[in-house]
Design a protein around this ligand. Structure first.
Ligand SMILES: Nc1ncnc2c1ncn2[C@@H]1O[C@H](COP(=O)(O)OP(=O)(O)O)[C@@H](O)[C@H]1O
Ligand SMILES: [Mg+2]
Length: 250
């Protein structure tokens, strides 16, 4: 521990459903019979209006929550059947990035980045690895800064470095640019795309932003927990057309 990454295979969702109770006898479908397969190394945009089920799907894929029915298979292993130590081991192969960064305010940038490693013995220096990652996200020299002294874009870079500290094979980003202006948003997506390129880490980005979605290679849109569109944005698919379509898709 922790040296994951290498065995990354496809992620398959098969008939995934999840309902939440809202008051007596009332159930809202947060995921409604969702099935799709994401190829290893894919960069996928998950779009849809607020409440359409993006966060729920990321939590299910990251095994933070369990579906009511259906199975999720990652690299051949049935995630939805994992328990105990095997479940914890799977979760360590997944990096999470959130809209609100979720940094610990009392810790420096470097300490935030290495925090996930603290319970573990590593064969390498945690601080060296943390410094390398901060440099890789463009924050060399900012190791000792507190989050309150950093801009939103800088805090999100710290959060990305933290998400990468376990060398995840899967990165789940939940509206990572939702609090950023378009320049910073573009830079954050650029970073995610670059790390995906270098490590072949599968990356799923929940986003409202057509400009962000257009830089991914596949777009999955949800409505009321169900997939309504699944568009291949492979090489050559015109960016303007993507932005127009995502704009329409909302
Ligand atoms: N913990 C929860 N308890 C009750 N309802 C929830 C919970 N989490 C999500 N929901 C509901 O599930 C639906 C999907 O929510 P969510 O996955 O957060 O959508 P999105 O991320 O696209 O905004 C919404 O109707 C939301 O209100
Ligand atoms: Mg959400």
């Amino acid at each position: 521990m922790p040296d994951n990454a290498t065995t990354s295979g496809p992620i398959e969702l098969r008939g995934i459903s999840k309902h939440y109770g809202i008051g007596k006898d009332q159930q809202v479908p947060a995921a409604d019979d969702v099935s799709f397969t994401i190829a290893p190394g894919g960069l996928v945009a998950l779009t849809g209006a607020s409440g359409s089920g993006k966060s729920t799907l990321l939590h299910l894929i990251g095994a933070i929550e369990r579906p009511d029915s259906g199975t999720i298979v990652s690299s051949g292993a049935e995630v939805t059947a994992l328990r105990g130590a095997a479940l914890a081991a799977y979760r360590r192969t997944v990096g999470f990035v959130f809209q609100r960064y979720n940094l610990l305010p009392a810790l420096t940038a470097l300490d935030n980045v290495i925090a996930p490693l603290l319970p573990y013995r590593t064969s390498f220096s945690k601080r060296d690895r943390g410094r390398e990652l901060l440099a890789a996200v463009g924050l060399a020299g900012r190791e000792q800064s507190l989050p309150s002294r950093m801009s939103g874009g800088e805090q999100q870079r710290v959060a990305i470095a933290r998400a990468l500290i376990n060398t995840p094979s899967l990165l789940l980003a939940d509206e990572p640019t939702g609090n950023l202006d378009s320049q910073n948003a573009g830079e954050i997506l650029e970073l995610l795309a670059r790390f995906r390129e270098q490590s072949q880490m599968t990356t799923i980005v929940a986003t409202h932003d057509p400009q962000i979605a257009a830089r991914c290679d596949r777009l999955i849109r949800l409505r009321d927990g169900a997939v309504t569109d699944d568009i291949d944005l492979a090489d050559g698919y015109p960016v303007d057309e993507t932005i127009r379509r995502v704009g329409q898709l909302g």
